[in-house]
Every structure is written in C-alpha cells, then in structure tokens.
Design a protein around this ligand. Structure first.
Ligand code: ADP
Ligand code: ADP
Ligand code: ZN
Length: 214
C-alpha cells in the first residue's frame, strides 16, 4: 500500500502518518524528518536545506527528489510506505509518478487532511518536536509525560525554528501556491480522499482507516 499525506503544514499529516505506519506495518517516510536529521548531523545536504527551511521556503526539487527516491528504494519500503511531506510540488509528484510507473507501480491513496489556516497558526505554536527521534507533541493536545522531555527517547523537546508564527504564515502561503495544486493532480488520477483534520486525532484516524479498508 502506497499512501501520500496531503495538507497544510500543521494539519496533522505526521501524526496520522505515524498511526497509519503502526497500524499497517509500513514505514513512515518524512522528507522534513530526513532534512532535520541531516541538519542535526551537520551534513552538506542539511546545511543547504536549512537555509530554505528557516525562511519557510521549500527546499529545491533537485535536492529533495533524489533523497526521497533513494529512501523508497530501500528494502523496508518494498511492501509500501506512507509519505509525509512529499510531494510538495507538481514536478515532485511527476518525478515520483514516473519512477513508480517504471516499476509498474502507483500511488494507491492521496489523503488530504483538511484544516483551515486560522486553526493552523494556533496549532503550530503548541507543537513540540524531538529532533532526535522525530516524535511530535502538542502542549495541550498531546503533552509529553514530563514537560519538555521526549517520552520515546528522553531527549529535550523544542519549538522548531520554523514553527514561529511569522514563519508559519510564510509556509502557509507557500503551501497554497505550490502544494495545494496537488489536490487536483491526485483527484484527476482518481486516488484523492479527504478527511476533516479539525476533529480529534483519534477521529481523524478512524476516518482514514475507513478509507483504507473500504
Ligand atoms: P510540516 O510537517 O510542518 O509541514 P515538514 O517537516 O514536512 O513540516 O517540513 C519542514 C520543512 O522542510 C518545509 O517547510 C520545507 O522547507 C522542507 N521540506 C520538507 N519536505 C519537502 C519537500 N518535499 N519539498 C521541499 N521542501 C521540503
Ligand atoms: P504536520 O505533519 O501536518 O505538519 P503534525 O502531525 O506535526 O502536522 O501536527 C501539528 C501539531 O498539531 C502537532 O503539535 C500535533 O501534536 C498537533 N495535532 C495533530 N493532529 C491534531 C488534531 N487532530 N487535533 C489537535 N492537534 C493536533
Ligand atoms: Zn525522541
């Protein structure tokens, strides 16, 4: 099963992608997590990506596409995967499509998690991230057991630099300009499914399960 998560930054793609990955035993592939791991390790890719990420801009397709295609070519992705944060532009979607077509494969579902912009800025201010293991929390909706500490790995939780309100507004603008057109792209391919992302996360997941098990 190959699934793409669509939706604005902060819509809950990562939260739902992790639940899907656990439930169906497929890897959760997040280009944002891959970039953050590279930044943390001080790689050349990380240093390049950071310049764009800090401004709320997309990392150029040339840098992004290759790391994604390499990742999904790994052994653990053989039975499928859930992509979170990729594709984010039409050219990225086209490259992925061509690569899959070359293997006689395709995307099965593109799930759009719908949340209005007004809700997003509020949500992001409360997001806390673990840069060690990629776990995500929310100070109100998903608090860690101990304030400021990751339940999974014990590392310190941070407010991501790009989750500050000014940067979030920029990311929303970029989302509407560059990423939202993917909704029509996948609609035209007949694989688009939408869920109301303003519901409680358990209810969002129940809606997704219904789609995947229909
Ligand atoms: P969120 O989950 O909040 O939407 P991500 O972790 O997916 O954020 O992405 C953080 C940042 O990493 C993006 O704002 C962008 O700069 C960069 N990024 C992640 N995935 C891509 C992609 N597919 N194409 C271009 N840039 C990306
Ligand atoms: P994305 O990957 O789309 O950027 P995340 O999954 O990281 O979004 O979610 C953004 C923030 O909102 C996180 O702090 C997360 O804990 C919280 N969150 C996710 N889903 C919900 C929900 N349904 N209701 C309220 N808060 C949510
Ligand atoms: Zn952690």
């Amino acid at each position: 099963m190959k699934i793409i998560m669509l939706g604005a930054p902060g819509a809950g793609k990562g939260t739902q992608a992790k639940m899907i990955a656990d439930r169906y035993g497929i890897p959760h592939v997040s280009t944002g997590d891959i970039f953050r791991a590279n930044i943390k390790n001080g790689t050349k890719l990380g240093m390049e990506a950071k310049q764009y990420m800090d401004k709320g801009l997309l990392v150029p397709d040339e840098l992004t596409v290759k790391i994604l295609l390499d990742r999904v070519a790994e052994e653990d992705c053989r039975n499928g995967y859930v992509l979170d944060g990729f594709p984010r532009t039409i050219p990225q979607a086209e490259v992925l499509d061509e690569a899959l077509a070359g293997l006689g494969e395709k995307i099965d579902y593109a799930i759009d998690v719908e949340v209005p912009d007004e809700n997003i800025v509020k949500r992001m201010g409360g997001r806390r991230a673990c840069l060690s293991c990629g776990a995500t929390y929310h100070i109100e909706h998903v608090p860690p057991k101990k304030e400021g500490v990751c339940d999974v790995c014990g590392q310190e939780l941070v407010l991501r630099d790009d989750d500050k309100p000014e940067t979030v507004r920029n990311r929303l603008k970029v989302y509407h300009e560059q990423t939202q057109p993917l909704i029509e792209f996948y609609q035209a391919k007949g694989v688009l499914k939408s869920v109301d992302g303003t519901m409680d996360m358990k209810d969002v997941f129940a809606a997704i399960e219904k789609i995947l098990e229909a």
